[in-house]
Design a binder for this molecule. Structure first.
Ligand code: DAH
Length: 344
């Protein structure tokens, strides 16, 4: 076979293949052209390659070179046909390319927990009534949790079954009733003692924080919850002031002119002691306890009960938050279900 004829056959093939790939607009026609021109079995390239053997031996190097050039041209045409198809097919189905027409993914901002929001609101309201904020540790000793609060050694409130005593220095938690036992505080009244021990009167503080009791969790109990403790120490502090502070607080927090009711009660650290109810949506609801600071407590911190008087109160933070927002199960506050938390 003449070299010139071989070369012109190659050129013609290349031209036809480029034409075919260039006009192929779907995967099927690209594939069809691929089989026709470069298919391993019956492709036209293959048959031309066989014709190489018919060339004179001295023509074969030039013929081979031309053959390789044409192979490259056809491969290039195939590659660009495939690239064109990829670029125009639906990006999402391919999972390959960015589709700028899709809406963006919304990023949710962080959120303040409803109890933290409540604590912030309580601090603001009480701040306007002249109360500063004090803090105390959550791991307490018997002195601050019981003894200085006039809760004697044999008082049922110190029962190991009602407190989270810690086992320290090789002593088991059940020995915890002893004087230097440590425990997770069961009430924020501990902070009353800590503040009075460190500063002289007058004092007007609240303290907001976690307290712990080994209660079975149900709709109204949880082994950890929050209290707001209040303490006002000065000369001539009265029960009437206690009542008006709590009424102003309730009106501010619960949002309307809330009525308040005191029921006689007993707490070791106040005398007299009362339970505090607010009238809320037609029902009297108990929100905590209060009273006039017991002279024994004033003495325990080194104050003179003849000169100094005080009022104190302790309210449940979860209870306030739940009433205000219509939450019926305290456990919802601590399940960390974002569908619940994002409503606040
Ligand atoms: N500490 C009490 C409790 O946890 C609540 C309480 C009652 C606090 C009377 C007070 C108070 O400050 O005066 O049940």
């Amino acid at each position: 076979m003449e070299l010139a004829a071989f070369v012109s056959n190659l050129e013609r093939l290349a031209g036809e293949a480029e034409q075919a790939f260039g006009s192929a607009h779907d995967a099927a026609s690209v594939e069809q052209a691929r089989v026709q021109y470069v298919g391993a079995r019956s492709g036209q390239m293959k048959s031309l390659q066989k014709e190489m053997g018919a060339l004179a031996p001295s023509d074969r190097p030039i013929g081979g070179k031309k053959l390789n050039e044409v192979k490259d041209r056809i491969q290039l045409a195939l590659d660009s046909a495939q690239a064109r198809l990829n670029a125009s097919s639906p990006a999402v189905a391919k999972g390959l390319l960015l589709d700028p027409t899709l809406p963006g993914r919304r990023i949710r901002l962080g959120h303040v927990h409803p109890i933290t929001q409540t604590i912030d609101q309580l601090k603001q309201i009480m701040g306007r009534l002249g109360f500063g904020v004090a803090e105390g540790p959550e791991v307490e000793d018997s002195w601050h949790n019981f003894v200085a609060l006039n809760i004697p050694q044999d008082h049922p409130a110190r029962d190991p079954l009602d407190n989270f005593y810690l086992s320290v220095a090789g002593r088991s938690a059940i020995d915890g009733v002893s004087e230097n036992a440590r425990l997770l505080r069961s009430q924020t009244s501990t902070v009353q003692i800590r503040v009075m021990e460190s500063v002289p009167p007058p004092i007007r503080i609240i303290s907001l924080g976690r307290v712990y009791r080994p209660d079975e969790a149900d709709a109204t109990h949880f082994p950890m919850f929050h209290q707001m403790e209040g303490l006002w120490i000065d000369q001539n502090v009265t029960m009437a002031q206690l009542r008006s502070i709590l009424r102003m607080f309730a009106t501010n927090y619960l949002g309307s002119d809330v009525s308040i009711r005191f029921r006689p009660s007993f707490f070791p650290f106040t005398e007299p002691s009362v339970e505090v109810d607010f009238l809320w949506n037609g029902n009297w609801i108990e929100f905590g306890g209060a009273g006039m600071v017991d002279p024994n407590v004033l003495s325990a911190v080194g104050y003179d009960p003849e000169q100094i008087t005080g009022l104190a109160f302790g309210l449940g933070v979860e209870r306030l938050c739940m009433r205000r927002h219509g939450v019926h199960d305290i456990r919802d506050l601590y399940r960390n279900d974002l569908r619940f938390l994002h409503q606040f």
